[in-house]
Design a protein around this ligand. Structure first.
Ligand code: DLL
Length: 436
Protein backbone atom coordinates (compact mmCIF):
# COMPACT_ATOMS: atom_id res chain seq x y z
CA UNK A 1 0.00 0.00 0.00
CA UNK A 2 1.28 3.46 -0.88
CA UNK A 3 0.19 6.39 1.28
CA UNK A 4 1.16 9.21 -1.07
CA UNK A 5 1.34 7.82 -4.59
CA UNK A 6 2.05 11.26 -6.07
CA UNK A 7 5.34 11.70 -4.20
CA UNK A 8 6.38 8.14 -3.49
CA UNK A 9 6.33 7.08 -7.13
CA UNK A 10 7.62 10.24 -8.84
CA UNK A 11 9.91 9.57 -11.83
CA UNK A 12 13.56 10.03 -10.81
CA UNK A 13 14.06 13.22 -12.87
CA UNK A 14 11.05 14.78 -11.15
CA UNK A 15 12.30 13.80 -7.68
CA UNK A 16 15.64 15.39 -8.43
CA UNK A 17 14.00 18.54 -9.81
CA UNK A 18 11.83 18.82 -6.71
CA UNK A 19 14.83 18.25 -4.47
CA UNK A 20 16.90 20.96 -6.08
CA UNK A 21 14.06 23.49 -5.85
CA UNK A 22 13.46 22.68 -2.20
CA UNK A 23 17.19 22.63 -1.49
CA UNK A 24 17.59 26.15 -2.88
CA UNK A 25 14.79 27.37 -0.63
CA UNK A 26 16.31 25.62 2.41
CA UNK A 27 19.78 27.01 1.76
CA UNK A 28 18.36 30.51 1.55
CA UNK A 29 16.35 29.96 4.71
CA UNK A 30 19.30 28.73 6.78
CA UNK A 31 21.59 31.46 5.44
CA UNK A 32 19.10 34.13 6.45
CA UNK A 33 18.02 32.68 9.78
CA UNK A 34 20.75 30.52 11.34
CA UNK A 35 23.93 32.33 12.32
CA UNK A 36 25.95 29.10 12.17
CA UNK A 37 25.09 28.66 8.47
CA UNK A 38 25.58 32.34 7.68
CA UNK A 39 29.09 32.14 9.17
CA UNK A 40 29.92 28.84 7.48
CA UNK A 41 28.62 29.81 4.02
CA UNK A 42 30.47 33.13 4.21
CA UNK A 43 33.66 31.46 5.36
CA UNK A 44 33.52 28.87 2.55
CA UNK A 45 32.32 31.48 0.05
CA UNK A 46 29.22 29.47 -0.82
CA UNK A 47 27.14 31.11 -3.52
CA UNK A 48 23.70 29.57 -3.09
CA UNK A 49 22.64 30.54 -6.59
CA UNK A 50 25.39 28.34 -7.98
CA UNK A 51 23.96 25.22 -6.33
CA UNK A 52 22.03 24.07 -9.38
CA UNK A 53 22.17 20.30 -9.13
CA UNK A 54 22.28 17.74 -6.36
CA UNK A 55 25.94 17.06 -7.11
CA UNK A 56 26.71 20.76 -6.37
CA UNK A 57 25.63 20.03 -2.82
CA UNK A 58 29.07 18.44 -2.40
CA UNK A 59 30.61 21.95 -2.31
CA UNK A 60 28.85 22.79 0.92
CA UNK A 61 30.57 21.87 4.21
CA UNK A 62 29.10 19.25 6.52
CA UNK A 63 27.22 19.89 9.74
CA UNK A 64 28.36 17.71 12.65
CA UNK A 65 26.95 16.58 15.96
CA UNK A 66 29.55 18.79 17.62
CA UNK A 67 28.20 21.84 15.74
CA UNK A 68 24.74 21.04 17.09
CA UNK A 69 25.99 20.50 20.64
CA UNK A 70 27.64 23.90 20.57
CA UNK A 71 24.37 25.53 19.57
CA UNK A 72 22.54 24.26 22.68
CA UNK A 73 19.70 24.80 23.15
CA UNK A 74 18.15 26.90 20.38
CA UNK A 75 20.90 28.47 18.26
CA UNK A 76 20.24 26.25 15.23
CA UNK A 77 16.52 27.05 15.14
CA UNK A 78 15.58 28.88 11.95
CA UNK A 79 12.35 30.38 13.28
CA UNK A 80 11.48 32.28 16.47
CA UNK A 81 10.29 30.13 19.39
CA UNK A 82 6.74 31.43 19.01
CA UNK A 83 6.54 29.46 15.73
CA UNK A 84 7.78 26.25 17.35
CA UNK A 85 4.97 23.97 18.51
CA UNK A 86 6.97 20.93 19.65
CA UNK A 87 10.39 20.31 21.14
CA UNK A 88 12.23 16.99 21.36
CA UNK A 89 15.84 16.20 22.20
CA UNK A 90 18.48 13.51 22.13
CA UNK A 91 19.31 11.82 25.40
CA UNK A 92 22.73 13.39 26.09
CA UNK A 93 22.06 13.86 29.78
CA UNK A 94 25.48 14.76 31.10
CA UNK A 95 26.90 16.31 27.98
CA UNK A 96 24.76 18.77 26.11
CA UNK A 97 21.80 17.11 24.38
CA UNK A 98 20.71 18.18 20.91
CA UNK A 99 17.43 20.06 21.10
CA UNK A 100 15.16 20.14 18.04
CA UNK A 101 12.03 22.18 17.32
CA UNK A 102 9.10 21.65 14.95
CA UNK A 103 6.77 24.21 13.42
CA UNK A 104 3.18 23.30 12.59
CA UNK A 105 4.26 22.50 9.03
CA UNK A 106 7.13 20.37 10.29
CA UNK A 107 4.71 18.34 12.40
CA UNK A 108 2.45 17.91 9.39
CA UNK A 109 5.35 16.64 7.26
CA UNK A 110 6.64 14.39 10.01
CA UNK A 111 3.18 12.88 10.39
CA UNK A 112 3.09 12.27 6.64
CA UNK A 113 6.49 10.55 6.77
CA UNK A 114 5.57 8.08 9.51
CA UNK A 115 2.14 7.48 7.92
CA UNK A 116 4.00 6.39 4.78
CA UNK A 117 6.02 3.81 6.75
CA UNK A 118 2.89 2.44 8.35
CA UNK A 119 1.05 2.15 5.04
CA UNK A 120 4.14 0.54 3.48
CA UNK A 121 3.80 -2.14 6.16
CA UNK A 122 0.18 -2.69 5.13
CA UNK A 123 -1.38 -0.84 8.08
CA UNK A 124 -4.82 0.77 7.50
CA UNK A 125 -7.72 2.25 9.46
CA UNK A 126 -8.74 -1.32 10.32
CA UNK A 127 -5.61 -1.86 12.40
CA UNK A 128 -4.95 -1.57 16.10
CA UNK A 129 -1.47 -0.13 16.48
CA UNK A 130 0.40 -0.56 19.76
CA UNK A 131 3.25 1.90 20.16
CA UNK A 132 5.69 0.69 22.78
CA UNK A 133 8.20 3.50 22.30
CA UNK A 134 8.61 6.11 25.03
CA UNK A 135 6.37 9.17 24.65
CA UNK A 136 8.91 11.66 25.85
CA UNK A 137 11.71 13.86 24.59
CA UNK A 138 12.53 10.77 22.51
CA UNK A 139 10.85 11.04 19.10
CA UNK A 140 9.72 7.41 18.71
CA UNK A 141 6.35 7.48 20.51
CA UNK A 142 4.96 10.79 19.29
CA UNK A 143 6.41 10.37 15.79
CA UNK A 144 4.58 7.14 15.07
CA UNK A 145 1.48 8.16 17.02
CA UNK A 146 0.73 11.06 14.69
CA UNK A 147 1.23 8.98 11.56
CA UNK A 148 -0.97 6.14 12.82
CA UNK A 149 -3.77 8.58 13.67
CA UNK A 150 -3.51 10.18 10.24
CA UNK A 151 -4.09 6.77 8.68
CA UNK A 152 -7.07 6.32 10.95
CA UNK A 153 -5.76 3.28 12.80
CA UNK A 154 -6.77 2.77 16.44
CA UNK A 155 -3.65 3.79 18.35
CA UNK A 156 -2.64 2.39 21.73
CA UNK A 157 0.12 4.53 23.27
CA UNK A 158 1.32 1.75 25.59
CA UNK A 159 4.69 3.53 25.78
CA UNK A 160 7.08 2.07 28.38
CA UNK A 161 4.72 -0.14 30.42
CA UNK A 162 6.06 -3.40 31.82
CA UNK A 163 6.42 -6.29 29.40
CA UNK A 164 3.56 -8.18 31.08
CA UNK A 165 1.27 -5.19 30.63
CA UNK A 166 2.30 -4.82 26.99
CA UNK A 167 1.40 -8.46 26.44
CA UNK A 168 -1.96 -8.24 28.18
CA UNK A 169 -2.81 -5.13 26.15
CA UNK A 170 -1.68 -6.87 22.98
CA UNK A 171 -3.89 -9.85 23.67
CA UNK A 172 -6.96 -8.16 25.16
CA UNK A 173 -7.05 -5.03 22.96
CA UNK A 174 -6.44 -7.18 19.87
CA UNK A 175 -3.33 -5.37 18.69
CA UNK A 176 -2.58 -6.01 15.01
CA UNK A 177 0.61 -3.94 14.60
CA UNK A 178 3.45 -3.60 17.09
CA UNK A 179 5.89 -0.70 16.99
CA UNK A 180 9.00 -0.63 19.17
CA UNK A 181 12.68 -1.55 19.21
CA UNK A 182 13.71 -4.98 17.91
CA UNK A 183 15.43 -5.91 21.18
CA UNK A 184 12.29 -5.10 23.18
CA UNK A 185 10.31 -7.25 20.76
CA UNK A 186 12.54 -10.21 21.46
CA UNK A 187 11.97 -9.66 25.19
CA UNK A 188 8.22 -9.60 24.54
CA UNK A 189 8.53 -12.83 22.54
CA UNK A 190 10.40 -14.57 25.32
CA UNK A 191 7.94 -13.32 27.98
CA UNK A 192 5.04 -14.60 25.85
CA UNK A 193 6.67 -17.98 25.85
CA UNK A 194 7.11 -17.87 29.65
CA UNK A 195 3.48 -16.82 30.13
CA UNK A 196 2.36 -19.76 28.00
CA UNK A 197 0.75 -17.51 25.37
CA UNK A 198 1.04 -18.84 21.84
CA UNK A 199 1.40 -16.24 19.04
CA UNK A 200 -1.74 -17.72 17.43
CA UNK A 201 -3.71 -16.52 20.47
CA UNK A 202 -2.77 -12.95 19.49
CA UNK A 203 -4.01 -10.86 16.54
CA UNK A 204 -0.64 -9.49 15.40
CA UNK A 205 -0.20 -9.03 11.64
CA UNK A 206 2.98 -6.99 11.37
CA UNK A 207 5.72 -5.24 13.34
CA UNK A 208 7.74 -2.09 12.61
CA UNK A 209 11.05 -2.04 14.41
CA UNK A 210 13.84 0.50 14.61
CA UNK A 211 15.76 3.04 16.70
CA UNK A 212 18.70 0.65 17.19
CA UNK A 213 20.83 -1.70 15.08
CA UNK A 214 19.55 -5.20 14.37
CA UNK A 215 20.38 -7.99 11.98
CA UNK A 216 18.75 -10.39 9.53
CA UNK A 217 19.27 -13.08 12.14
CA UNK A 218 17.28 -11.01 14.64
CA UNK A 219 14.59 -10.44 12.02
CA UNK A 220 14.22 -14.21 11.58
CA UNK A 221 14.01 -14.73 15.33
CA UNK A 222 11.23 -12.14 15.65
CA UNK A 223 9.34 -13.44 12.64
CA UNK A 224 9.54 -17.02 13.83
CA UNK A 225 8.59 -16.30 17.42
CA UNK A 226 5.71 -13.89 16.72
CA UNK A 227 4.60 -15.24 13.31
CA UNK A 228 4.62 -11.79 11.70
CA UNK A 229 6.70 -9.95 9.10
CA UNK A 230 9.20 -7.67 10.88
CA UNK A 231 10.05 -4.46 9.01
CA UNK A 232 12.98 -2.13 9.64
CA UNK A 233 12.69 1.65 9.90
CA UNK A 234 15.33 4.28 10.46
CA UNK A 235 15.44 7.84 11.69
CA UNK A 236 17.21 10.22 14.03
CA UNK A 237 16.14 13.12 16.21
CA UNK A 238 18.31 15.65 14.40
CA UNK A 239 16.70 14.96 11.01
CA UNK A 240 13.09 14.52 12.21
CA UNK A 241 12.83 11.34 14.31
CA UNK A 242 11.32 8.16 12.86
CA UNK A 243 10.04 8.56 9.30
CA UNK A 244 13.33 9.24 7.52
CA UNK A 245 13.35 5.81 5.86
CA UNK A 246 11.51 2.52 6.15
CA UNK A 247 11.07 -0.85 4.53
CA UNK A 248 8.09 -1.81 2.42
CA UNK A 249 6.73 -5.33 2.38
CA UNK A 250 9.44 -6.33 -0.15
CA UNK A 251 12.02 -6.04 2.68
CA UNK A 252 14.75 -5.07 0.23
CA UNK A 253 16.05 -1.83 1.67
CA UNK A 254 14.58 1.20 3.43
CA UNK A 255 12.91 3.81 1.18
CA UNK A 256 14.11 7.32 2.03
CA UNK A 257 11.42 10.02 1.99
CA UNK A 258 13.38 11.91 -0.63
CA UNK A 259 10.87 14.70 -1.12
CA UNK A 260 11.81 15.75 2.44
CA UNK A 261 15.41 14.59 2.80
CA UNK A 262 18.38 14.32 0.46
CA UNK A 263 20.60 11.37 1.32
CA UNK A 264 24.30 10.95 0.47
CA UNK A 265 26.90 8.41 1.54
CA UNK A 266 30.48 9.53 2.14
CA UNK A 267 33.71 7.83 3.03
CA UNK A 268 34.09 8.93 6.68
CA UNK A 269 37.88 9.20 6.31
CA UNK A 270 38.28 11.01 2.99
CA UNK A 271 34.83 12.68 3.19
CA UNK A 272 34.41 11.96 -0.53
CA UNK A 273 31.10 10.60 -1.87
CA UNK A 274 30.80 6.81 -2.05
CA UNK A 275 29.67 5.09 -5.23
CA UNK A 276 26.11 3.75 -5.03
CA UNK A 277 26.17 0.31 -3.47
CA UNK A 278 29.32 0.96 -1.42
CA UNK A 279 29.03 1.35 2.34
CA UNK A 280 29.68 4.78 3.78
CA UNK A 281 28.45 7.27 6.35
CA UNK A 282 24.91 8.52 5.77
CA UNK A 283 24.63 12.28 5.34
CA UNK A 284 21.22 13.96 5.26
CA UNK A 285 20.01 17.37 4.16
CA UNK A 286 16.49 18.39 5.13
CA UNK A 287 14.64 20.20 2.37
CA UNK A 288 11.24 20.99 3.86
CA UNK A 289 11.99 21.61 7.52
CA UNK A 290 11.33 25.08 8.90
CA UNK A 291 12.16 24.84 12.60
CA UNK A 292 15.41 22.89 12.57
CA UNK A 293 16.73 22.55 9.03
CA UNK A 294 20.09 20.81 8.60
CA UNK A 295 22.46 20.86 5.66
CA UNK A 296 24.68 17.83 5.01
CA UNK A 297 24.40 16.41 8.50
CA UNK A 298 26.86 13.62 9.23
CA UNK A 299 24.85 10.94 11.02
CA UNK A 300 27.68 8.60 12.02
CA UNK A 301 25.55 5.71 10.68
CA UNK A 302 27.02 3.31 8.11
CA UNK A 303 24.90 1.96 5.26
CA UNK A 304 24.86 1.90 1.46
CA UNK A 305 22.48 3.36 -1.10
CA UNK A 306 20.42 0.99 -3.23
CA UNK A 307 19.30 2.24 -6.63
CA UNK A 308 16.78 0.76 -9.01
CA UNK A 309 13.14 -0.14 -9.03
CA UNK A 310 11.55 -1.81 -6.07
CA UNK A 311 8.75 -4.32 -6.61
CA UNK A 312 6.46 -2.10 -4.50
CA UNK A 313 6.41 0.58 -7.21
CA UNK A 314 8.05 3.32 -5.12
CA UNK A 315 10.74 5.23 -6.96
CA UNK A 316 12.33 6.53 -3.73
CA UNK A 317 15.96 5.55 -3.28
CA UNK A 318 16.66 2.92 -0.64
CA UNK A 319 19.32 2.55 2.02
CA UNK A 320 20.53 -0.80 3.30
CA UNK A 321 20.18 -1.85 6.91
CA UNK A 322 22.49 0.21 9.17
CA UNK A 323 25.61 -1.90 9.63
CA UNK A 324 27.57 0.17 12.12
CA UNK A 325 28.62 3.58 13.35
CA UNK A 326 31.65 5.74 12.81
CA UNK A 327 31.84 6.61 16.52
CA UNK A 328 31.66 4.74 19.84
CA UNK A 329 27.93 5.24 20.54
CA UNK A 330 26.64 2.34 22.66
CA UNK A 331 23.11 0.97 22.21
CA UNK A 332 22.20 -0.26 25.65
CA UNK A 333 18.75 -1.41 26.77
CA UNK A 334 17.01 0.95 24.34
CA UNK A 335 19.27 3.88 25.27
CA UNK A 336 22.04 5.53 23.30
CA UNK A 337 25.10 6.35 25.34
CA UNK A 338 28.57 7.63 24.62
CA UNK A 339 31.46 6.39 26.81
CA UNK A 340 32.33 10.07 27.34
CA UNK A 341 29.07 10.48 29.29
CA UNK A 342 30.22 7.81 31.72
CA UNK A 343 33.70 9.32 31.83
CA UNK A 344 32.27 12.68 32.83
CA UNK A 345 30.58 11.07 35.82
CA UNK A 346 33.76 9.27 36.85
CA UNK A 347 35.75 12.47 36.65
CA UNK A 348 33.37 14.08 39.13
CA UNK A 349 33.99 11.35 41.70
CA UNK A 350 37.22 11.79 43.64
CA UNK A 351 39.35 8.71 44.26
CA UNK A 352 39.00 7.19 40.82
CA UNK A 353 41.18 7.67 37.78
CA UNK A 354 39.85 8.36 34.29
CA UNK A 355 40.87 4.80 33.36
CA UNK A 356 37.84 2.60 32.95
CA UNK A 357 36.40 -0.12 30.80
CA UNK A 358 32.76 -0.73 29.93
CA UNK A 359 31.87 -4.39 29.53
CA UNK A 360 28.54 -5.16 27.89
CA UNK A 361 26.80 -8.51 28.15
CA UNK A 362 23.32 -9.87 27.56
CA UNK A 363 21.60 -12.19 30.01
CA UNK A 364 18.05 -13.50 29.43
CA UNK A 365 17.52 -10.85 26.78
CA UNK A 366 18.55 -8.03 29.14
CA UNK A 367 21.55 -5.81 28.50
CA UNK A 368 23.99 -5.67 31.39
CA UNK A 369 26.76 -3.12 31.84
CA UNK A 370 29.75 -3.54 34.09
CA UNK A 371 32.04 -0.55 34.50
CA UNK A 372 35.50 -1.37 35.75
CA UNK A 373 37.20 1.71 37.15
CA UNK A 374 40.76 2.03 38.33
CA UNK A 375 41.25 3.56 41.75
CA UNK A 376 43.87 6.21 42.40
CA UNK A 377 45.63 4.25 45.13
CA UNK A 378 45.88 0.70 46.44
CA UNK A 379 43.67 -0.28 49.38
CA UNK A 380 45.66 -1.00 52.56
CA UNK A 381 43.18 -0.75 55.46
CA UNK A 382 39.60 -1.56 56.51
CA UNK A 383 38.75 2.14 56.53
CA UNK A 384 39.88 2.42 52.96
CA UNK A 385 37.74 -0.57 52.08
CA UNK A 386 34.69 1.18 53.51
CA UNK A 387 35.60 4.25 51.57
CA UNK A 388 35.78 2.08 48.50
CA UNK A 389 32.21 0.90 48.94
CA UNK A 390 31.11 4.47 49.39
CA UNK A 391 32.87 5.45 46.17
CA UNK A 392 31.27 2.63 44.26
CA UNK A 393 27.78 3.47 45.50
CA UNK A 394 28.32 7.08 44.57
CA UNK A 395 29.20 6.17 40.99
CA UNK A 396 26.25 3.77 40.68
CA UNK A 397 23.84 6.43 41.97
CA UNK A 398 25.20 9.14 39.69
CA UNK A 399 24.93 6.91 36.66
CA UNK A 400 21.37 6.06 37.55
CA UNK A 401 20.45 9.68 38.18
CA UNK A 402 22.16 11.15 35.11
CA UNK A 403 21.89 8.39 32.54
CA UNK A 404 18.82 6.55 33.78
CA UNK A 405 20.09 2.99 34.03
CA UNK A 406 21.74 0.70 36.54
CA UNK A 407 25.30 -0.38 35.96
CA UNK A 408 27.46 -2.71 37.98
CA UNK A 409 30.55 -0.81 39.07
CA UNK A 410 33.74 -2.65 39.99
CA UNK A 411 36.68 -0.70 41.39
CA UNK A 412 39.95 -2.29 40.38
CA UNK A 413 43.58 -1.77 41.37
CA UNK A 414 45.55 1.05 39.79
CA UNK A 415 46.98 0.10 36.38
CA UNK A 416 45.20 -3.25 36.35
CA UNK A 417 43.06 -2.69 33.26
CA UNK A 418 44.51 -4.07 30.08
CA UNK A 419 46.16 -1.44 28.00
CA UNK A 420 46.99 -1.53 24.35
CA UNK A 421 50.48 -0.73 23.15
CA UNK A 422 49.57 2.93 23.02
CA UNK A 423 48.88 2.71 26.80
CA UNK A 424 45.18 3.29 26.24
CA UNK A 425 42.52 1.22 27.94
CA UNK A 426 40.01 -0.21 25.49
CA UNK A 427 36.88 1.72 26.43
CA UNK A 428 34.19 -0.72 25.43
CA UNK A 429 34.20 -4.50 25.38
CA UNK A 430 30.94 -5.65 23.83
CA UNK A 431 30.33 -9.33 24.45
CA UNK A 432 26.79 -9.23 23.03
CA UNK A 433 26.06 -10.39 19.55
CA UNK A 434 23.27 -8.59 17.74
CA UNK A 435 20.30 -10.90 17.91
CA UNK A 436 22.17 -13.34 20.11
O1 DLL B 1 16.01 6.45 17.28
C1 DLL B 1 14.44 7.78 16.03
C2 DLL B 1 13.64 6.56 15.77
C3 DLL B 1 12.58 6.24 16.61
C4 DLL B 1 13.92 5.75 14.70
C5 DLL B 1 11.83 5.13 16.38
C6 DLL B 1 13.17 4.61 14.44
C7 DLL B 1 12.11 4.29 15.28
P1 DLL B 1 17.59 8.88 18.08
O2 DLL B 1 17.26 8.46 19.47
O3 DLL B 1 18.07 10.26 17.84
O4 DLL B 1 16.35 8.70 17.15
O5 DLL B 1 18.68 7.84 17.56
C8 DLL B 1 19.12 7.87 16.25
O6 DLL B 1 19.59 5.51 16.30
O7 DLL B 1 21.56 7.69 14.30
C9 DLL B 1 21.08 5.29 14.50
O8 DLL B 1 22.37 5.18 15.04
C10 DLL B 1 20.11 4.54 15.41
N1 DLL B 1 19.01 3.96 14.64
C11 DLL B 1 17.78 4.45 14.44
N2 DLL B 1 17.05 3.60 13.67
C12 DLL B 1 17.86 2.55 13.37
C13 DLL B 1 17.71 1.34 12.62
C14 DLL B 1 15.67 7.55 16.88
N3 DLL B 1 16.58 1.00 12.03
C15 DLL B 1 20.15 6.80 16.03
N4 DLL B 1 18.81 0.55 12.52
C16 DLL B 1 20.58 6.72 14.59
C17 DLL B 1 19.97 0.85 13.11
C18 DLL B 1 19.11 2.79 13.98
N5 DLL B 1 20.16 1.96 13.85
Amino acid sequence: MIHNRQYETLPREDIEQLQIERLQASLNRVYRNVSFYKRTFDEYKINIEKIKSISDLGNIPFTTREDLRKSYPYDMFAVPLRDIVRIHSTSGTTGKPIVVGYTKNDLRNWTECTARLLKAAGITEHDVVQIAFAYSLFTGGFGFHQGAELIGASVIPSSTSTIEKQILIMRDFKTTALICTPSYTLNIASALHDMGIHPEQLFLKVGLFGAEPWSENMRSQIEESLHIPALDNYGLTEIIGPGVAGECEAKSGLHVNEDHFIVETINPKTLKPCPIGEEGELVFTTITKEGFPLIRYRTGDIACLIEGECTCGRSLIRISRITGRTDDMIFFGGKKIFPSQIEEILLEVEGTTPHYQIVLEREDGQDIMEIQVEMCERITSIDELKNLEYLRDKIVKRIEMNLGFQAKVVLVEPKSLMRSRGEKVKRVVDKRTIGG
